[in-house]
Write a protein that binds this ligand. Structure first.
Ligand SMILES: *[C@@H]1O[C@H](CO)[C@@H](O)[C@H](O)[C@H]1NC(C)=O
Ligand SMILES: *[C@@H]1O[C@H](CO)[C@@H](O)[C@H](O)[C@H]1NC(C)=O
Ligand SMILES: *[C@@H]1O[C@H](CO)[C@@H](O)[C@H](O)[C@H]1NC(C)=O
Ligand SMILES: *[C@@H]1O[C@H](CO)[C@@H](O)[C@H](O)[C@H]1NC(C)=O
Ligand SMILES: *[C@@H]1O[C@H](CO)[C@@H](O)[C@H](O)[C@H]1NC(C)=O
Ligand SMILES: *[C@@H]1O[C@H](CO)[C@@H](O)[C@H](O)[C@H]1NC(C)=O
Ligand SMILES: *[C@@H]1O[C@H](CO)[C@@H](O)[C@H](O)[C@H]1NC(C)=O
Ligand SMILES: *[C@@H]1O[C@H](CO)[C@@H](O)[C@H](O)[C@H]1NC(C)=O
Ligand SMILES: *[C@@H]1O[C@H](CO)[C@@H](O)[C@H](O)[C@H]1NC(C)=O
Ligand SMILES: *[C@@H]1O[C@H](CO)[C@@H](O)[C@H](O)[C@H]1NC(C)=O
Ligand SMILES: *[C@@H]1O[C@H](CO)[C@@H](O)[C@H](O)[C@H]1NC(C)=O
Length: 533
């Protein structure tokens, strides 16, 4: 079925907003498919009314087996759900979902993806729809989590770089207006990791698309991050690490010994990991150390390479990881996920040669990838001139966990400072439209020992106020001009809501750092203050 020549006129749906009984909302939803009109070739796969608190079985619908999350989290209100196939070129397409809530507040929300993408992020759709946003999300132009989809498919790769998000936002907005018969209000974006990169890409490339962007842990300097993964394997061993997990545990302990107190609280969290000038000497094997966790001088040399600036031929390739989360860093480095990324991206995208051998990786491969990327698709998302976004009145809330075991937060520090130089801006100048928060002790998008529930993605909302929810906070900034000085996070005992709150903490706006002067070992929010570094 195709619906390329839909006859919908906006007037047909005028006045169908939330005040009507839900039956008419449901009827209008179910008849929407025949009426949609878009400037794209498309077909509607699903047009269904989803009653409040319904769980959708995504596996039964054919969810790609490599995507996680078999079912959706229920939305407490009724939603008109559409799934469309939209052609983005003559050799590429996106699958996109448009969720239209019964209590639409006039706002629209585009959601991002993760990793090598190919999976619609249903938790973010639920999150947005629950707060009355018409919410959109695509499969980013391919199904599943493999880069194999990009092999000799430049248009599919173009979708991955930027066009899927763009298309999803444009299509979603048009359908929203056709359904409710009203002009959309402000347009928002929420994403983390690849999703953070997608948000920044829109700021840089399509500055008119979003009024407010929440970009978390963004994979903006993507080749640097991928380069780090390869470099770490080259340094520690491709198949198994020459430094054991128990040894990395000893490093973390010693890091906490040396640096945990620098911020005034010995709470297992480094507020500013860049302040930690770690001395490896205490770990070098001697008669007093445990021989299964101490380091030989060669091991120290290898291990330390991951935490300092990584350069190649005089060019900074990666700022090095931060200290404080060493076991998680190495566990992820040797996870099936990361071990797959290096061969896939270099085989299918960089060299277009499926026989490329990842165990021959060197930083020269990264240099080559960067050059090819800047001449071509520009997956790298490090453009610092964001004046067009500033000048159209956009706002961006950028955040990064300082215990991010996958994409180091230092990359976000570098980007912030690069934007400052490019715009010749002071921190106060940037404050007008771009604010960056370092979330201490927070892992990649979630998790970690820090206060990690910040309303930053779906399922991570602790308290329903703008100070505790990045999505609500960006709305307050865009619509009321009330800009955030902090974002508050909540730490639940064992990261389990049912076990109760362990502590809350305000994360500081970069370049400020948290300093503790209280006497409750960091557990009291009031004992902390954001100060100049
Ligand atoms: C649901 O997902 C889990 C992994 O996240 C998987 O083991 C399980 O088989 C899935 N269930 C179905 C019905 O596919
Ligand atoms: C949906 O679930 C919430 C929370 O359990 C409940 O308060 C609400 O009444 C439910 N809504 C409907 C329509 O059942
Ligand atoms: C597909 O699009 C490309 C680029 O726009 C064009 O060069 C090519 O001729 C098109 N192919 C077909 C079969 O239409
Ligand atoms: C992607 O998945 C959809 C169903 O969700 C399927 O119709 C389509 O053929 C798939 N595309 C590819 C390239 O496998
Ligand atoms: C599911 O994803 C994998 C890659 O991760 C891909 O090879 C496969 O074709 C996808 N399946 C469908 C039905 O699209
Ligand atoms: C790593 O493992 C692969 C197979 O998984 C094997 O072919 C290769 O020889 C191993 N390399 C080293 C250096 O042990
Ligand atoms: C040495 O470290 C290993 C690994 O952490 C541990 O299992 C063992 O108990 C330690 N031995 C002593 C004497 O502390
Ligand atoms: C290294 O840098 C030098 C000087 O900038 C340059 O001439 C040379 O081509 C570079 N080598 C590589 C492999 O990039
Ligand atoms: C940068 O800004 C400063 C302070 O506003 C100003 O004095 C200086 O001329 C600017 N430099 C450039 C190159 O615009
Ligand atoms: C949010 O934080 C600000 C600054 O501390 C405070 O003035 C305001 O009352 C807080 N809002 C709510 C709803 O708690
Ligand atoms: C939290 O997890 C730890 C370690 O897994 C466990 O020992 C502890 O009992 C848990 N706490 C609660 C309240 O469940």
């Amino acid at each position: 079925m195709r619906f390329q020549h839909g006859l919908l006129s906006v007037a047909i749906f005028a006045g169908l907003a939330s005040s009507r009984p839900s039956t008419s909302f449901q009827e209008n939803c179910e008849s929407l498919a025949d009426k949609i009109k878009l400037d794209y070739t498309f077909e509607v796969n699903i047009a269904q009314y989803v009653p409040p608190n319904t769980t959708i079985d995504l596996v039964a619908e054919g969810l790609n087996a490599t995507c996680s999350g078999n079912t959706t989290t229920p939305v407490p209100i009724g939603v008109c759900r559409l799934n469309l196939r939209v052609e983005t070129s003559n050799s590429s397409e996106v699958y996109t979902e448009v969720w239209l809530p019964e209590n639409w507040k006039g706002r629209i929300l585009t959601t991002g993806n993760g990793g090598l993408a190919g999976c619609i992020q249903y938790p973010e759709l639920t999150y947005g729809a629950s707060y009355g946003f018409a919410s959109f999300g695509t499969n980013n132009g391919h199904n599943g989590t493999s880069a194999g989809a990009f092999f000799h498919q430049p248009e599919v790769y173009e979708d991955y770089s930027w066009r899927a998000v763009y298309t999803g936002a444009v299509v979603g907005k048009s359908i929203t207006e056709q359904f409710y018969g009203d002009v959309c209000g402000k347009s928002y974006y929420l994403g983390c990791s690849t999703g953070g990169r997608q948000g920044w890409k829109a700021v840089q490339k399509n500055p008119g698309l979003f009024d407010g962007v929440v970009a978390g842990a963004p994979a903006i300097d993507i080749w640097a991050h991928l380069g780090f993964f390869g470099y770490a394997l080259q340094t520690l061993g491709f198949n198994t690490s020459s430094v054991t997990l128990a040894q990395w545990g000893a490093v973390q302990q010693e890091v906490l010994n040396q640096c945990d107190g620098l911020d005034g609280a010995r709470d297992g969290i480094l507020e500013d990991p860049s302040a930690c000038e770690f001395d490896w000497t205490a770990l070098v094997c001697s008669s007093t150390l445990n021989s299964s966790t101490c380091f030989t001088p060669d091991q120290v040399e290898a291990a330390a390479k991951l935490f300092g600036p990584i350069t190649y031929n005089g060019t900074l390739m990666h700022p090095g990881h931060s200290h404080g989360y060493e076991p998680e860093l190495i566990t992820w480095e040797y996870s099936p996920l990361v071990l797959t990324w290096i061969p896939e991206i270099f085989r299918y995208v960089v060299y277009e040669d499926i026989s490329w051998d990842p165990t021959h990786f060197t930083l020269e491969d990264v240099l080559y990838a960067l050059q090819k990327d800047s001449d071509g698709v520009q997956l790298n998302t490090f453009d610092s001139d964001i004046s067009a976004f500033r000048d159209r009145g956009g706002k961006v809330l950028h955040w990064h966990g300082t215990a991010d075991q996958l994409l180091v937060s230092r990359t976000s520090d570098l980007y912030y400072n690069k934007v400052r130089s490019a715009l010749n801006a002071s921190v106060a100048d940037l404050d007008d439209f771009y604010r960056y928060f370092r979330a201490s002790g927070v892992g990649h998008c979630s998790g970690g020992p820090g206060a990690n529930f910040m309303g930053q993605i779906g399922g991570q909302v602790a308290v329903d106020t703008p100070n505790d929810s990045m999505l609500r906070r960006i709305v307050q900034w865009v619509e009321e001009g009330d800009a955030p000085e902090f974002v508050r996070g909540t730490k639940f005992i064992n990261d389990t809501i049912a076990l109760g709150i362990e502590f809350t903490r305000k994360h500081c706006k970069y370049p400020k750092v948290n300093r503790y002067t209280g006497d409750h070992e960091g557990l009291d929010e009031e004992g902390w203050e954001c100060v100049e570094p």
